[in-house]
Design a protein around this ligand. Structure first.
Ligand SMILES: *Cc1c(COP(=O)(O)O)cnc(C)c1O
Length: 471
């Protein structure tokens, strides 16, 4: 199995190379050269099996010979052994053919753990084999940083630096980044916004001498390793509800289009996905695009679901590539237009094809609050604001009552206690095993949004840079 860029660069990478490099050199995203298919009998055979075993079956065709299957299996068992629910990603029924897929039982209470716990171990494993080290710098609006710090802490081959906007994330989110004591994880509170953090990371990647010196690598949501890991729970949920003998629909709270694109991957592999509903908050670029065909960025608005406050949904490029008949020249032209004028039009044929599988809608802040309140009252079910966006959108969707609708729940409500309390009056508590989080000592460095200063910090934290300097 090999990977190619959505913008046509001739390089062909294997799974490990695609995972370690993240973005392609031509600015494109890696996609598999062809889609592996799982037979209905294989999919039916997933019923009742442990999550980690299904993960191996779904991921293995994408890995090919790049990682030995015994290693993949061992790593998957370790990764999903860190979850606090025996099913890893349990389904909860809320109504007639309405289910919530809880993806927040990992160590940092957000769905990012499902991919990060696996990818961190895979990276450490292959770097060990190669005798190499890498430095990961990640910009976070909250959940990605904590998931990365938790997944990489204590690993020999990798140092992690998380950049978050000082004073702009929740206490729980910050503490998940700042309380681990391992020497290889570092947090920088940047005096600026999330956009500043992202711009700094991008600038470091474009500073090639620095990039090579610290062996910079990324684990943001365009990383192919994260996408394949996320395809797994579409299979486990669908099979639990009767697939492959029955079609299943999903509603996905969406920001960067990584999670819902993983549902598309599952459907390409042969899972009978009836519909993928893209749920956005008022930062609704994807809902507008599906409705009008115009992909047009606007100002980001802060909401109670901050992990979806995004105006450029990077992974959308992968769907665009697929629905443009894998025409890299066309994708290149559209992305050029986006960079120049902040917009492009999805070609008619591509839009038509997207609409056969995808729908999209948005929920505003009042709708989200009302949704949290209603589920608390009717079912004593406490949804976090991201999940509530998806629940609200799923209800607006006209759907076949015979087709099960699975709403992805991407965060534990205790990660956003203030927003949940404001909506329904109940303050969700942290699970027992995290109850000492508010009392732990924090460790972080406040820095201005200044590239030279941040690079200096990253270089001093990077063992790869020290190795390279011959120390
Ligand atoms: C990251 C995140 C999302 C958005 O996922 P994408 O893959 O970026 O679409 C939704 N909810 C939560 C809680 C998140 O952390």
């Amino acid at each position: 199995m090999h990977y190619i860029s959505t913008r046509g660069a001739p390089a062909r990478l294997d799974f490990v190379e695609a995972m370690l490099s993240g973005l392609a050199r031509d600015g494109g995203l890696y996609v598999p050269y062809s889609w592996p298919r799982l037979s209905p009998a294989t999919i039916a055979g997933f019923a009742g099996r442990p999550y980690a075993e299904v993960a191996v079956e779904v991921i293995k065709p994408f890995v090919g010979s790049a990682i030995a299957e015994v290693d993949l299996a061992r790593i998957a068992h370790e990764a999903y052994g860190s979850f606090r629910h025996p099913a890893v990603a349990p389904l909860v029924q809320l109504g007639d053919n309405l289910f919530v897929l809880e993806l927040f039982h990992g160590p940092t209470l957000a769905f990012k753990d499902l991919a990060m716990q696996l990818v961190a171990r895979l990276m450490d494993h292959v770097l060990k084999q190669r005798g190499e080290r890498t430095t990961i710098v990640v910009a976070t609006s909250g959940d990605t940083g904590g998931a990365a710090v938790e997944a990489f802490r204590g690993r020999d081959q990798v140092d992690v630096v998380a950049l978050y906007p000082h004073g702009r994330i929740s206490d729980v989110q910050r503490r998940m980044m700042t309380t681990p004591t391992d020497d290889n994880v570092h947090s920088i509170a940047v005096e600026g916004t999330f956009d500043d953090c992202q711009a700094l990371v991008k600038a470091m990647f474009n500073h090639h001498a620095f990039r090579d010196r610290v062996r910079l690598s990324g684990v943001n949501s365009i990383n192919w390793g994260r996408i394949v890991a996320q395809a797994v729970y579409y299979f486990t949920a669908a099979v639990a509800l009767g697939a492959p003998h029955r079609r299943i629909a999903f509603t996905v709270p969406t920001g960067n289009f990584g999670d819902v694109y993983a549902g598309y991957v599952a459907s390409k592999m042969g899972l009978p996905v009836d519909r993928l509903v893209v749920a956005t908050n008022v930062n609704d670029i994807l809902a507008r695009t599906l409705a009008t065909g115009d992909y047009e960025t606007r100002q980001v608005v802060a909401t109670s679901s901050p992990s979806m406050d995004i105006q450029v949904s990077s992974n959308f490029e992968r769907l665009l590539y697929e629905t443009c008949g894998r025409d890299a020249a066309k994708v290149n032209a559209l992305m050029g237009s986006l960079a120049q004028s902040g917009r492009f039009s999805v070609p008619g044929e591509a839009l038509k094809e997207m609409r056969t599988l995808f729908s999209a809608d948005r929920a505003d802040e009042q709708e989200v609050d009302a949704e949290i309140r209603a589920w608390m009252k009717e079912a004593s079910y406490c949804a976090d604001p991201h999940t509530a966006v998806a629940l609200a959108v799923a209800e607006k969707e006209t759907r076949d009552p015979k087709v099960p609708m699975v709403v992805l729940s991407t965060a534990h409500p205790a990660k956003f206690p203030d927003a949940v309390k404001a909506a329904c009056g109940v303050e969700p508590g942290l699970p027992d095993w995290l109850s000492d989080l508010p009392n732990k000592a924090e460790r972080f460095t406040v820095l201005p949004a200044d590239q030279a200063k941040i690079e200096q910090f990253v270089a001093s934290a990077s063992r790869a840079a020290r190795d390279g300097a011959g120390v």
